[in-house]
Design a binder for this molecule. Structure first.
Ligand code: DX5
Ligand code: ZN
Length: 213
């Protein structure tokens, strides 16, 4: 299975965001991972639709929008209009996941669900056929640069078995480095998000290649 690398612009230089997006595009990333935080669902605040709209012209690559916001449902259309290709909602921030997934697809976008480290994978069972992506958080969402939570490797393997032959991407986010990536790929992940491991030095191409393995 080919692995996709999705650098998280949370670790980019926000004063140069357009140039940073262009730089990771040229460095060979597959998707651009965009962390939206509301200071309520997670203890950090980032940006919303206007910033996503502003960086949209800087690349043609897939915008993978990770919504760490509660509620998400009233804002799904705004993120679709801003240029998201994939919209990911958190299981813990949504009492009506099934409806949110339907709304995202009705907006013509790919629908994803994200699971915090403590959230069991069983929550996807009855919505699996409405999913284009499952995002396993291997840190507690809110900040870049945290340590990888090892227990999530087993969760990735279990979700890969649940997915079977469905066309659903299995993405992992948090503490992904050249050291942790091989275990995640072996467990069945096919999209790896990386913030600090990509932006730690200016050699974005080298850093992306090192995670790809
Ligand atoms: C954390 C975010 C991640 C974060 C990952 O809440 O969802 O995307 O940027 O950062 P690293 O790769 O540094 O752990
Ligand atoms: Zn993320």
């Amino acid at each position: 299975m080919t692995v996709k690398i999705a650098p998280s612009i949370l670790s980019a230089d926000f004063a140069q965001l357009g140039n940073e997006v262009k730089a990771i595009d040229e460095a060979g990333c597959d998707w651009i991972h965009i962390d939206v935080m509301d200071g309520h669902f997670v203890p950090n605040l980032t940006f919303g639709p206007p910033v996503i709209k502003a960086i949209r012209p800087w690349t043609k690559k897939t915008f993978d929008v990770h919504l760490m916001i509660d509620p998400a449902q009233p804002f799904l259309e705004d993120y679709a209009k801003a240029g998201a290709d994939i919209i990911v909602v958190h299981a813990e921030a949504d009492r009506h996941i099934d409806r949110s997934l339907q709304i995202i697809r009705s907006l013509g976008k790919k629908a994803g669900i994200s699971l915090n480290p403590a959230t069991p994978e069983g929550i996807i069972e009855y919505v699996i056929d409405k999913l284009d992506l499952v995002l396993v958080m291997s840190v507690n969402p809110g900040f870049g640069g945290q340590s990888f939570i090892e227990s999530q490797v087993e969760k990735v393997a279990r979700i890969r078995r649940m997915i079977g032959n469905r066309a659903i991407d299995l993405e992992v986010d948090g503490g992904v480095t050249p050291e942790t990536a091989p275990r995640l790929i072996a467990a069945g992940a096919n999209v790896l998000v990386a913030g600090s491991a990509v932006f730690k030095t200016k050699d974005y191409a080298g850093n992306i290649a090192a995670i790809r393995g």
